[in-house]
Design a protein around this ligand. Structure first.
Ligand code: TRP
Length: 326
């Protein structure tokens, strides 16, 4: 029985895992493994809130699973599983749905922006309830998320509190865990938007599986600043985003990096940035290919991961069922 606090996070397999997901999420997860009881999930049930090709979805789920491992998550230290393999997520989501107000769901900003691009299904609308389930099912204390997910975490806390008040203290109250540097990596072509794995323009993001040539081409075409500045004073400038990527991968201080590269210009900086990115990506890709070679081994790991997850989620779900009168 572990005495460490539980940390839960996940990425949706709706595209290929990007450098933004790595810097903003997976890299932190790996660092947290020794200090927390980490649960890391491929959230495929969230993925189908927008239309997916079934064949592609299944491929991506396994790619994500292999990439989680390749990035350094290990089954010895963490619970790594695929959301749809654990039916407890659907079960608790229904109960929480019956505690959620239509009005509070209507205020979710992510739904408003996503429903402009996708069919406005009820699943897309209730996406935050499924996310609350993910978190509450495992008595999670900490949730490493990007800034764009903070609103979802707040609704999770509201639901936990409402449930606990109505039925007795069953859920742990989770808190957001925001990384300091590089919490949010922006689109390489439109630095006003978050780097998004489902963007239609592949030049706008770098995936963990991009080849060195692709990385070089995308960084060389990435938006910088028309006046050649390194410190534009604007939070959402292209160059600022590239410096963020550089600093979060090297751990170097922002002003140190700016002072070092400002006299040399963008070309030298971008070349150096490509080297830094590839130094991370190439070993991840080697490990990824190693996992992908043996699908039955991956399946075995996912099965064990799911059993471990279900062992934990069953304890919570049993209490919930008892409390609500099932
Ligand atoms: N909604 C999250 C995102 O888009 C993914 C997610 C689903 C998640 N369930 C979660 C993140 C639970 C943290 C905890 O990034």
């Amino acid at each position: 029985m572990s005495l460490q606090s539980t940390l839960f996070s996940g990425c949706s397999p709706s595209g290929t895992l990007t450098l933004g997901n790595y810097i903003g999420a997976v890299k932190q997860w790996v660092q947290c493994q020794d200090d927390y009881d980490g649960i890391y999930c491929v959230v495929d049930m969230h993925a189908i809130t927008v239309k997916q090709d079934p064949y592609l979805l299944r491929q991506r789920v396994w790619d994500f699973y292999a990439l989680y491992l390749a990035c350094g998550l290990t089954p010895d230290k963490s619970t790594i599983f695929i959301q749809s393999h654990n039916p407890h997520h659907s079960e608790l989501t229904w109960v929480l749905s019956c505690l959620t107000m239509f009005g509070e769901m209507s205020r979710m900003t992510q739904f408003k922006s996503k429903s402009r691009k996708h069919e406005s299904t009820v699943g897309l609308f209730t996406y935050p309830i499924l996310m609350a389930t993910d978190i509450l099912l495992y008595q999670t204390s900490l949730v490493p998320v990007g800034k764009d997910q903070v609103q979802h975490l707040e609704i999770t806390r509201d639901l936990a509190e409402r449930f606990n008040n109505r039925y007795g203290s069953i859920f742990t109250m989770p808190e957001a865990y925001l990384p300091t540097e590089g919490a949010k990596v922006m689109d390489l072509q439109d630095p006003g938007k978050k780097m998004d794995k489902s963007s239609p323009n592949p030049k706008s993001y770098i995936t963990l599986l991009d080849t060195p040539d692709e990385v070089r081409a995308k960084i060389s075409k990435a938006i910088t600043d028309s006046q050649g500045r390194f410190d534009t004073g604007e939070e959402l400038s292209g160059i600022n985003n590239l410096v963020t990527i550089y600093c979060s991968l090297t751990g170097e201080d922002r002003s140190f990096v700016i002072n070092q590269f400002e006299p040399q210009g963008y070309k030298v900086f971008k070349d150096s940035l490509v080297d830094v990115i590839l130094a991370h990506l190439v070993p991840i890709q080697e490990r990824y290919h190693h996992y992908k070679e043996d699908h039955s081994y991956l399946e075995q790991l996912a099965k064990e991961g799911c059993e471990k997850a279900m062992g934990k989620s069953k304890v919570t779900l049993d209490k919930v069922k008892e409390a609500v009168g099932f």
